[in-house]
Design a protein around this ligand. Structure first.
Ligand code: HEM
Length: 512
C-alpha cells in the first residue's frame, strides 16, 4: 500500500514525538483529549478572572492591569494561563483536524464527527475574539472596530455597529453583552457542540493521560511566569492605535480588512467552511459491508456491544424465542465495518466445528471468521523454516504480506481487534512456533480501540481473554504504521531468537 507523502510526513513527526514522549504520552496521539484539557484550563482560569474583573468600559482595563501587575502571582498567572491555554487549543484543534484528515478518518461513517467538528473550530476562534475585546485596551479597540465593520457588511445589521463605534459611542450595555457572550453564551454553546461532536462514539475518554496533562500544565505555568500576558494602553476611540501586537491564532482575520472588502472575507470564510464540511463527500470512501448478526450463534452476552467503538451495536430483547434474554442488533449507519465485534464474540472460536464451516454470532461478510481460520491454516502450511511465525496485521498498519518469507507469513485482518484470542491459540497449536500481532501504532488505532482491546484481551483483562493454555512467551504484539517495516522486521528477528531458545529448552527438557 502506498502511503501518501502528507501522511508519511505526519507519521515521521509522530515517530519523533514517540522518541521524546513515548507512545503513552505522545501529544499527537491525544489531540482531542488535550483540546478538552486545555478547554478546562481556560474555563477554570476564566472563572477566577471573572471575580476581580470589572465589567464596564471605565473599569475593565484598570482591573486587568491590577491583576497583571498588582496580584501578578495569582491573578496575573491565571490571566497568562488563560491566554496561553487559549493559544494552545487552536494548535491542538488544528492538528487534531489535520490528523483525522491525513489518516482518512473524516469520511464514510465518520462524516458526523467531522462535520460537527468544524463549528467547534469557529466557536473557539470567536470565543477568543470576544475575550480580547473584554480587556478594553488598544487591541480590543482594534478588534471592536474590525468586528463592527465585519458585522455591518451583513445585510442584517447594515451599518449600525460601525456608526456606534466610529462615532465613539461604545456603551456599557454593549460591553456587558460581549461579557455575557464570552463568559456564558459561547462556552455553553461550545460544551453543547463538543458533546454532539463525540456523541456517536462509544467509550469516549475526554481526559488525556495524567502525565501528559501535568506536563502540559507545567509548561503553560512556566511560560506564564517567564512571559506574562500583558495589555496595550487603554482603548481610546478618538485616536488610532499605532503599534499593535496581534495574537495571530485568533485575530488573523483583522489585518486582512486592510486589503479586502469585508464582504469578501465573509464569502471566503463561508466557502472555506462549506468546503471543510463537504469534504467527507468530496473525497468519498466506501466502507466495507457492515457486521451481520447470526442469532443461531449469538447468546446475547453483550461483549460486542461493549467493544464496538462506534456505538453501532445495541442490546435488544430476544426476538427468536431462544432461551436467552437478549440479542444484539447492528445499526448499519453507525457501523465502521472494523470487525472488532467478530473478534469479541465468544462463538468466534476456531476450535468449534473444526471440520465444517465456522459460524459465529456476529461476523464480517468481507472477511468471516471461518476465512480467517482458513487463511491462518494456509499461512502455517506455506512456511518451511526452522522457527515459523504467523503475523496477524490490520489494513491500516503495515501490510503484513510485505513480511512474507519462508518462515514468516502474514494474515491480513480489517483491524487487529477482529482477531479472536482463540485463533492465536489455534495457530500455535497447529504448527506456528510464534504469533506476532501488529496493527496500528499503540494508542493510534484507525478504529480507535482495535489494538487496545487486543492487548487487554491477551493480558486477560478484557473478555474474551486469551486462555491460560496459550503460551504467552510465543505471542508478541508490535503495533506499527506502514512506515515502520524495519522496526517490525527487527522485532521479528529478536522474537525468532527467543522462540529458538524456547524450542531448544523444550527439546532439552524432553531429552532429560
Ligand atoms: C474543541 C475542539 C475539538 C475537541 C475538543 C475535539 C475532541 C475530540 C475527541 C475527544 C474525539 C474522540 C476521540 C476518540 O475517542 O477516539 C474526537 C473525535 C473526532 N474529531 Fe474532534 N474535537 C474538536 C474539534 C474537531 C474538529 C475541528 C474536527 C474536524 C473538522 C474534528 C474531527 C474529529 C473526527 C473526525 C473525530 C472522529 C475520530 C474517530 O472516529 O476515530 N474534531 N474529537
Amino acid at each position: 500500500m502506498l502511503v501518501n507523502p502528507v501522511k508519511r510526513a505526519y507519521l515521521e513527526l509522530e515517530s519523533w514525538f514517540n522518541l521524546s514522549f513515548g507512545t503513552e504520552w505522545n501529544p499527537l496521539y491525544h489531540l482531542g483529549t488535550l483540546s478538552f484539557f486545555l478547554f478546562w484550563v481556560i474555563l477554570v482560569t476564566g472563572i477566577y478572572l471573572f471575580i476581580p474583573f470589572h465589567g464596564s468600559l471605565d473599569g475593565a482595563h484598570a482591573s486587568v492591569e491590577w491583576m497583571t501587575h498588582e496580584q501578578w502571582y495569582i491573578a496575573g498567572v491565571m490571566r497568562s494561563l488563560h491566554r496561553y491555554a487559549s493559544d494552545a487549543v487552536v494548535i491542538t484543534v488544528l492538528l487534531h483536524m489535520f490528523k483525522e484528515f491525513a489518516s482518512g478518518r473524516y469520511r464514510g461513517f465518520r462524516w458526523f464527527s467531522w462535520v460537527t467538528g468544524v463549528p467547534n473550530l469557529w466557536m473557539i476562534i470567536t470565543l477568543g475574539i470576544s475575550g480580547y475585546w473584554l480587556v478594553w485596551d488598544e487591541l480590543a479597540q482594534y478588534v471592536a472596530i474590525g468586528s463592527a465593520r465585519l458585522m455591518d457588511a451583513l445585510p442584517l445589521l447594515s451599518g449600525s455597529m460601525t456608526r456606534n463605534f466610529v462615532s465613539g459611542q461604545m456603551t456599557d450595555r454593549f460591553f456587558i453583552l460581549i461579557e455575557f457572550l464570552h463568559l456564558l453564551g459561547q462556552p455553553l454553546l461550545l460544551v453543547f457542540m463538543l458533546w454532539i461532536h463525540v456523541k456517536r462514539l462509544s467509550n469516549v475518554n475526554i481526559n488525556p493521560p495524567r502525565g501528559l496533562a501535568m506536563g502540559t500544565f507545567f509548561a503553560l505555568c512556566t511560560l506564564s511566569l517567564i512571559k506574562p500576558a500583558v495589555s496595550h494602553a487603554p482603548a481610546d476611540l478618538t485616536s488610532v492605535p499605532q503599534v499593535l501586537h496581534i495574537d495571530w491564532f485568533y485575530l488573523n482575520v483583522y489585518p486582512l480588512l486592510e486589503y479586502w472588502p469585508e464582504i469578501n472575507i465573509w464569502i471566503f470564510t463561508t466557502i472555506f467552511s462549506v468546503f471543510l464540511m463537504a469534504m467527507p463527500w468530496l473525497l468519498p470512501k466506501k466502507d466495507g459491508p457492515v457486521a451481520v448478526v447470526d442469532l443461531d450463534h449469538c447468546n446475547g452476552c453483550g461483549i460486542c456491544f461493549e467493544d464496538c467503538p462506534f456505538d453501532a451495536i445495541s442490546m435488544q430483547a430476544r426476538s427468536d424465542g431462544a432461551k436467552y434474554e437478549y440479542e444484539v442488533a447492528v445499526d448499519p449507519a453507525l457501523c465502521g465495518a472494523c470487525g472488532i465485534c467478530a473478534g469479541s464474540c465468544p462463538s468466534s472460536n476456531p476450535f468449534r466445528s473444526s471440520s465444517s464451516e465456522l459460524k459465529t454470532g456476529i461476523d464480517m461478510p468481507q472477511l468471516p471468521v471461518d476465512e480467517m481460520r482458513s487463511e491462518t491454516r494456509q499461512a502455517i502450511d506455506a512456511m518451511s523454516g526452522n522457527i515459523n511465525i504467523v503475523v496477524f496485521g490490520c489494513e491500516h498498519g503495515l501490510n503484513v504480506n510485505r513480511l512474507d518469507s519462508a518462515d514468516t507469513k502474514g494474515v491480513k485482518l480489517i483491524c487487529s481487534g477482529m482477531l479472536p484470542p482463540t485463533l492465536v491459540e489455534f495457530a500455535l497449536k497447529h504448527g506456528a512456533d510464534g504469533v506476532m500481532v501488529t496493527g496500528c501504532r499503540h494508542n493510534d488505532c484507525y478504529f480507535r480501540f482495535g489494538n487496545r482491546w487486543t492487548k487487554l484481551r491477551f493480558d486477560g483483562q478484557r473478555k474474551p481473554a486469551l486462555r491460560g493454555r496459550a503460551d504467552k512467551n510465543r505471542i508478541r504484539i508490535h503495533g506499527g504504521a506502514e512506515t515502520d517495516k524495519n522496526e517490525i522486521e527487527a522485532d521479528i528477528t529478536a522474537f525468532r531468537e527467543e522462540l529458538s531458545r524456547i524450542k531448544q529448552l523444550e527439546a532439552e527438557a524432553v531429552e532429560a
